[in-house]
Design a protein around this ligand. Sequence first.
Ligand SMILES: CC(=O)SCCNC(=O)CCNC(=O)[C@H](O)C(C)(C)COP(=O)(O)OP(=O)(O)OC[C@H]1O[C@@H](n2cnc3c(N)ncnc32)[C@H](O)[C@@H]1OP(=O)(O)O
Ligand SMILES: CC(=O)C(=O)O
Length: 538
Amino acid sequence: MTRERLYLFDTTLRDGQQTPGIDFSLEDKIAIAKLLDEFGFDYVEGGYPGANPTDTAFFSKKRTGRASFVAFGMTKRAGVSASNDPGLAGLIQAAGDSVCLVAKSWDYHVKVALGCSNEENLDSIRESVTAVIASGKEAMVDCEHFFDGYKANRAYATACARAAYEAGARWVVLCDTNGGTQPTEIAEIVSTLIAGGIPGDRLGIHAHNDTGQAVANSLAAVEAGVRQVQGTLNGIGERCGNANLITLAATLALKPVYADRFVTGVSQDKLTGLTSLSHSFDELLNRSPATQAPYVGASAFATKAGIHASALLKDPRTYEHVPPESVGNFRKVMVSDQGGKSNFINALKQRGITVAKDDPKLDKLISLVKEREATGYAYEGADASFELLAHRTLGRVPEFFSVTSFRVMVERRFDAMGRIRTVSEAVVKLVVDGQEMMSVAEGHGPVNALDIAMRKDLGVYQDEIGDLELSDYKVRILNGGTEAITRVLIESTDGTGARWWTVGVSDNIIDASFQALMDSIVFKLMKNRDLAGQVAAE
Ligand SMILES: CC(=O)SCCNC(=O)CCNC(=O)[C@H](O)C(C)(C)COP(=O)(O)OP(=O)(O)OC[C@H]1O[C@@H](n2cnc3c(N)ncnc32)[C@H](O)[C@@H]1OP(=O)(O)O
Ligand SMILES: CC(=O)C(=O)O
């Protein structure tokens, strides 16, 4: 059966730019356009030339190779001709293959926002589309507030879409601008419009996520007949965002209900780069990827539950709706208080630790993890502490050194210039290779001072930890009040590029930090001897 072509339109660089807190530089835009183009999206809407210097500079040349490069802007204003409208002229002159014109299609907006007559707005749509086509570019029209407009005045909203279509717009895009429309309404309105004479292969959908339905609304529109879908990377966009193109690209390619009927410009091979695309984009935005994002989140194919892990290890299809590798993600069977023997055997195997299912030490490890998690430890986020605990339970951790005591002091005092200074100082006493030693250090805070003191002189091991660095430190208060328990997570790195997390829990933040610091150093020494760290080294 031949499959129909569905066109994916990315508006990350335009509607995504309207996201509170997101402000792309020219360099960001160039890098993101390249990612989008290479991935296989058909249209890359780059922004609004003329609206700001970044977008104007971005449109000084075409920024895509394969994808159509789209400039976005308003239809001409009422009362001026298309040739005399500087905004429209700017759009046409901007580099690019297509112009996407935003047009009002709700009569209430025409009256309140534009302050012109309904007929003048229809003229603006027709004349603007005609001018874009005359310039040799592809024209498309975003019918703003189409669904709300349709519910308020069906005849006028339809007339706006029809004006764009009859003037020759390649795509008439139906926008759920305020994001409140529900999938059944979308399906019904799109079907009626198509039955009224605007063919589905000239219609697109632009859905906002204000009721969490943007992806569902886009799919409902596809079911009803539209053949262009707009959205953004990771669903960024104004207010609650746009339809998430990452989710849509995967669903359209992997779910037979769509994949058997439609084909997009994203090949199965490119789809295996989906997780990387989503995460690279977050990196560019300098934010952590959402762990529960469909298909691409770190938790999308993770399980903590023992019953699930047991079946998953027999056949992954028991608990996975698609294979993780189809979107470049990974299966993760985690260890926690929700886990059974299968989780643990798998987690240990990944770390090169073999243990038999009937080995009593495995039972001991499982109860240790469950007991400790009940007191606040969280091993699923502390891979190295889990591995150390496993090695310790199996009796495989050498006694590299021991800390006999530490003392940390924080003092707020006046310095010689009479300024207030808060000073942190730590003293650590350790035994290394039978030899007692003491280190003293000052730090930016008490934990920093303790860290410096612990790593200042490790005797015979000092050279080995020279490249050890603490790269992140997270504190979580597990219950409030005077008896609060503190969980500290520390991320460490070394010269090999490996990263590992360790955990400490105590009613004292310094003590919790000490435990995590100790684990970090011991893990590093184990790793140096190839006794640990297979996962961290990957
Ligand atoms: C639903 C959407 O997401 S649409 C995209 C929205 N995105 C943006 O607005 C981001 C970029 N916008 C901008 O930088 C500015 O709004 C500009 C440069 C486009 C225009 O700035 P200004 O000329 O100062 O106008 P301002 O922003 O105050 O108001 C918008 C004007 O456009 C008019 N307008 C709005 N939509 C349309 C349209 N589809 N066709 C014609 N005119 C329109 C409004 O009536 C208003 O006109 P007025 O100034 O005569 O009242
Ligand atoms: C055009 C657009 O972004 C909207 O109507 O939501």
